[in-house]
Design a protein. Sequence first.
Lengths: 422, 272
Amino acid sequence: MIARFPVLLAASLWMLLSVLGAGAHADNGIADEIELSGRLSMETRLYPKSSAHPGQRSHASGLAVEATAYMEDDEGRSITVTPFYRYDAGDPDRTHADLREAFVLLYGDIGEDEWELRLGVDRVFWGVVESRSLVDIVNQTDLVEHPDEKTKLGQPMVHFTWSGDWGALELFGLTWHRERTFPGRRGRLRPGLVVDHGLTSYESGAEEWHLDLAARYGGSFGPVDVGLSVFDGTSREPTLLPTLADSEFVLAPYYEQITQFGLDTQLTTGPWLLKLEAIHRAGLQNRRLDQYLKYEEEDYAAFVAGGEYTIYAVWDSDADLSLIGEWTRDGRGRWATNAFENDILLVARLGLNDEQSTEFTISVLESLSSSSRVLSTEFKRRLSENWFLHLEASAYVGIDEDDVVYDVRRDSYIGVNLDYGF
Amino acid sequence: MIRVTLPHAALALSAILLAAFVWAGEPSVGHAQSAEETGLEIATEARERQKGFGNFTASLNMVLRNKRGQESKRELRLKVIEVEEDGDRTLFVFDRPRDVKGTAFLVHAHKNDADEQWLYLPALKRVKRISASKQSGSFMGSEFSYEDMGAVEVEKYAHRYLRDEPCGDLECAVLERVPLSEDSGYSRQVVWLDRGELRTQQIEFFDRREAHLKTMVIEDYEVYLDRFWRAGTITMTNHLTGKSTVLNWSDYEFGTDLDLGDFTRTALKRVR
C-alpha cells in the first residue's frame, strides 16, 4: 500500500498540473491562491489486557497528519488534494499513507437544474444511522484507523450529479479497487490469523481495475429524506480465506463481484429522528463452510432501524441530551461476516453547548443472539482555537467463542487523541 | 406549550371580534387600531422593506466573552438567498475554531412549515439532516441561539404595539412579539424599531419563566443598494450568566451570482 502511494500521488499531481495548464488558457485560469488547512493528530491507545494472539503489543502510539490544498478559480472550478499519513510505533502495518482526495470539481446549470462533476480521488458517504455503515459502499474502509469502520480510503472515480427541486441523481464510475487495511501481526483489533496482502485475489479477471458502477437518488419530501442506491462491482468487504503460506496459516483477502441495492431514509419530526437503512446484496460469501471446505455464496438482506430523540436544554441547562436506539439485523444470522447479525445499539450523548463544545457519549452494543457486549465511552472537548482533545474507551465483554469479534475479545482499549488544527 | 398557544388563541379571537365589530359598525371612517393591528402593521412594514434583496454574502466574526472577561473567537461566512413566497435559504460555513473548519449548515426557512436544516461534517463527508426543534440551543457556544440567527418571519410571531419612545438619537416604536412556535426558547420579545427606517435597534428576550434573559443591541447600520440596512455590530448580553457575545459583520456583498442551486444538499458538500 505504501509502495503504491507514490504512484497514486504522481498520477494525481500529473492530473492536477494538466488541469492547471488547461486553466492557463481559460479567461482567468486557476486562482494563484492555494488554501491550506489540515489536522495533526497525536494518538495513544492502551490495551490493558494481555493479548489473545502471539506478537501483539499492548500499546500503540503515533502521529497522523491530514492536510488539504484547495484552489478555486473565478468560475468556481476547483482542485482539492488531501494526502494522509499515519505513523504508528506499535504496529508497522498501521503506519500507512493514503491520498484521501485529489479531484477536480466542476459545476454549472442545466436550465433550472444543476450539474456537478468530480473527477479524481474522493470520498463519498451514504447513510443515516450511527451504529454502522451499511448502505455506504463507494469507498473502502481504512480499518486500521478505527474499529468503527467509519474512516475511508480515497477512491478514484468519475462522479456526476444532476440535481434539482426533485432531488439529486448521482452516477459513479469507480476503478482501481482499494484493498481494505488490516492491523499487522503486532497490532491489536485484528483477526487471529494475520491478513497477508501479498495473497490478495479477485473474482474479476480485471482484478483491481474492474470498472465498478454505482448510482444513487436522494430527495427530500418535507420531513422525509430518502436515498435509493445501487452498486455493481468489486466488494469492499473481502472474504478472508485461511491459507498456508511459508508453513504458517494466514488470511488471504478475496474480493468478489457483488450487486447491492440500498435504501436509506430519515424522518425528521420535532425532537425525533427516525431512521432506516437496508440493503440487499448478492454475490458475497458467508461464514459457513460447505462440504468442499469453501464458504458458501449467499444472497442476503440486512437492515438497521432506529431513532434518535433529543431533549433540548436538559435539566434547565444549555445542554442537549440525545438518546439513540438502533436495531441491526443481518439475514445471514450466525453466518454473517460482521458483528451486527442481531444487535441493539443504545447511545446517550450529552452535548454541553458550551464554548469548548464539550461532549460526553456512552454506548452499549448488545448482541441479542449471544452474550457479547461492547461498551464504549467518549469525551470530546476543545482546548483552544487550534487544539482539541478526544478520549475514548471501549470494552469487549462476554464475547462468545462463536462470535465474529471473538478474535478481539481481549482488545478493550483506552485511546487518547490530541488534535492540532491548522 | 400552553403559555404560547393560549395568548395566540386569545389574540386570534379578539382579532375576529374586532373585525366583526369594525365591519358592522364603521364601514367608512378609519377606526382606532388595536395594539395588535398596529404591531402587526409595523412588523409587516419592517419586513416588507427587507424584501427584494435577492441574495447576499457576508463574513461574521464572533467574540464570546465569559463572566471573567475571557474571550474566544469564532469565524464564519454566510450566504443568503431570498425565495419567493417562502422563507430565506441560508448557508453558514465555519472557518474557526479549527476543529470545525469546513463544517457547513444549511437552513431552508419556511413561513408556515417547520424549517429544514442540514449539517455537513467534512471529516466524514456526511450530510446530516438535523431537527429544526433545536431553535433554543446555543449557536456555536455563543449567547445567540439558532432562532436568534435566523431571519425573522412575521408569520412566526403574534405582535403587539406598546409605545413610542426615544432610542439614542432616534425615535423608536416599541413592539412586543410572542413566538408562535413551541420550540422557541422565549415567552416574548420586546423590540425597538426606529421610526425612520424601521431598523431593529434593540431586542429584549424573556425566557419561559418570564425572566429578562438577554438583551441584543444592534449598531453600526450601513445601507446597501440604497435600500437594505445591515448591521455592523450586534451585541448579545445574557443577564442571567453575565456572558456576552459580539457579532462583527463585514464584507457584505449584494447581487452576487448565487442561485437556488447553491443552497442544495449537493452544494453543501462542495462548500469551502
